[in-house]
Design a protein around this ligand. Structure first.
Ligand code: HEM
Length: 514
């Protein structure tokens, strides 16, 4: 705690007398011993406009606010009678930057969808993400390791993992977020957290629902228990090097034997496969039909990490090989129906999750860009004084606000429709939204790169000053959104749009004429 106060004159005088003091946001820093170590060099600090002066504006043109916290040890006091203006981020709090939060979280707006328990729930989840998940995510992004065991255990204990799979029977009897919401309320609640990283149970979100919906009860209960406790993760293994959107082109084979199945083949780009115990695998049976089997890690199953350009190894993405893997007959999902139906039934929830994440990501990028545009000076004026920059910001806002309104409407429908009704009415809507949101995300990433200019090249991940997060995302976002649009056979954007239109054509009344 720094309690000493100095007049502005005293700061200048100390500097003339040989020390090197500066004022940043009414806080006084003694840089005398740090100056020669300063990553930006000594000369900039000795500049007469900086040394002994108020360097707030110049500082924020080049650094994030958290640099000041990291170097708090250099602060020796505050300016007499002044208070710091730059707000500290309180974990779990809402952003005060315009448009950085959706309207339902912005004072003065109304929403037909969200009730008091949604606000309670959102606040608890965001606090958890800010305090617990965020620091671990930064550390794991740097060292490439999987999410820490403690985080996964805590998510399992709070039943966050269970809630991320969506509403359903698997929530019955569970205490959610230490009781902050009831199971009944959770039926209408979706996590509006800033897009969770793939590594944090992304495989469970997409790999577990087919088990919940189509596995024989005994197998279902065992896997639900194992996965939601965080002990034995699951992943969805559909895509192959040979077959992405073209599910019919799968080459992973399942041969029927007297005592079950024997699986041979490969799977590629399988999220969380590196540490998964269960694999929900789409295979081609001898008769050409698709069957979905739950394979347990064991003899004949191998996973090899894949380096992707959209995430670090934290996602546990892998190339999977199955060599003569024996699978018991009871491990087939939905034995009474074509496997393709099971894959398709999974799509709405999966696309919803991925779309929500990409919309949250766009908003975060915008927040960083907006802050930067107002604090960075060019030709003596804020970047935001340039009409071309304002146009980019306007385009970003229009894109993510349209996505937000659309997803809220679809979510509302999902909460009131049966799975069958969802498949009939929402498959097209969800496909269009996903196409729209991923394209919006790519456009926003491209705009962000332009707004950040040269700063986007900062990639000093190991340095004390984290690079602008949005720049860190600049390489990943275009490919992440692209990937989100094709992920898990959720199909490339054009195919998605086509799927929705074809469904609409099927529903077109025969007697309609111009
Ligand atoms: C409390 C005072 C300060 C601290 C703790 C500090 C710390 C840092 C750190 C950690 C970096 C590395 C940033 C990175 O890795 O991307 C940096 C860069 C830099 N700093 Fe400072 N700094 C301070 C004040 C200033 C001031 C007053 C100026 C004057 C304009 C300045 C100019 C620069 C410049 C030019 C760079 C290089 C930026 C770049 O590579 O884009 N710093 N500073």
């Amino acid at each position: 705690m720094v309690s000493k106060e100095f007049s502005r004159d005293a700061v200048a005088q100390h500097t003339s007398a040989g020390d090197l003091w500066v004022i940043i946001d009414s806080r006084v820093f003694d840089l005398s011993s740090f100056a020669s170590l300063h990553p930006g060099g000594l000369a900039v600090l000795l500049d007469p406009e900086i040394a002994g002066q108020d360097a707030t504006e110049r500082f924020f043109e080049l650094h994030r606010a958290e640099v000041l916290d990291r170097y708090a040890r250099l602060q020796i006091g505050t300016v007499q009678g002044e208070q710091a203006q730059i707000q500290d981020h309180v974990p779990g709090s809402l952003s005060s930057v315009p448009y950085a939060e959706p309207t339902w979280l912005t004072p003065g707006y109304h929403s037909p969808y969200y009730k008091e328990h949604h606000h309670r729930f959102r606040a608890a989840v965001r606090k958890f993400v800010d305090e617990v998940v965020f620091p671990d995510a930064q550390a794991r992004e740097r060292d490439g390791g999987p999410p820490s065991r403690e985080i996964l255990d805590e998510m399992a204990r709070l039943n966050i993992t269970a809630m991320r799979v969506g509403p359903g029977e698997h929530l019955q009897g569970r205490v959610l977020m230490n009781g902050i919401i009831s199971v009944e309320e959770a039926k209408f609640t979706r996590i509006h957290a800033r897009g969770y990283a793939d590594g944090l149970g992304g495989g469970t979100i997409i790999g577990l629902p087919p088990v919940i919906n189509f596995a024989p009860p005994a197998l279902r209960d065992k896997i639900v228990k194992d996965t939601l406790s965080g002990n034995k993760p699951i992943c969805l293994a559909i895509t192959e090097a040979f077959a992405g959107s073209d599910v019919q082109g799968l080459r992973c084979r399942a041969r029927r034997t007297e005592d079950g199945w024997i699986v041979n083949g490969t799977k590629k780009w399988i999220t969380n496969a590196m540490w998964a115990h269960y694999f929900t695998v789409a295979c081609k049976a001898d008769n050409g039909e698709i069957v979905i089997l739950v394979v347990e890690r064991g003899e004949g199953v191998q996973t090899r990490p894949i380096k992707t350009n959209y995430s670090s190894s934290t996602a546990g993405t892998a190339f999977v090989t199955f060599d003569n893997v024996r699978v018991p007959p009871g491990n087939q999902l939905g034995a009474d129906q074509p496997g393709l139906n099971i894959i398709l039934a999974n799509f709405n929830h999966e696309r919803w999750v991925l779309t929500a994440a990409t919309i949250g990501g766009q908003r975060l990028i915008f927040e960083e860009c907006f802050k930067w545009a107002t604090q960075r000076k060019v030709f003596g004026k804020a970047l935001s004084s340039q009409p071309v920059i304002r146009q980019k910001l306007a385009a970003m806002i229009s894109r993510f606000e349209s996505c937000q309104s659309w997803i809220e409407n679809i979510t509302f429908q999902m909460c009131r429709m049966s799975a069958k009704e969802q498949a009939r009415h929402l498959a097209g809507q969800m496909a269009f939204l996903k196409m729209h949101a991923t394209r919006a995300s790519q456009a926003t990433a491209a705009d962000a790169v332009q707004i950040f200019g040269g700063q986007r090249h900062n990639a000093n991940r190991n340095g004390p000053n984290p690079p602008y997060r949005c720049c860190r995302r600049r390489r990943s976002v275009p490919s992440t959104s692209r990937r989100i649009s094709i992920l898990t056979v959720a199909i490339a954007e054009d195919v998605l749009g086509d799927l929705g239109v074809r469904q609409a054509i099927r529903n077109m009344p025969a007697r309609v004429r111009l």
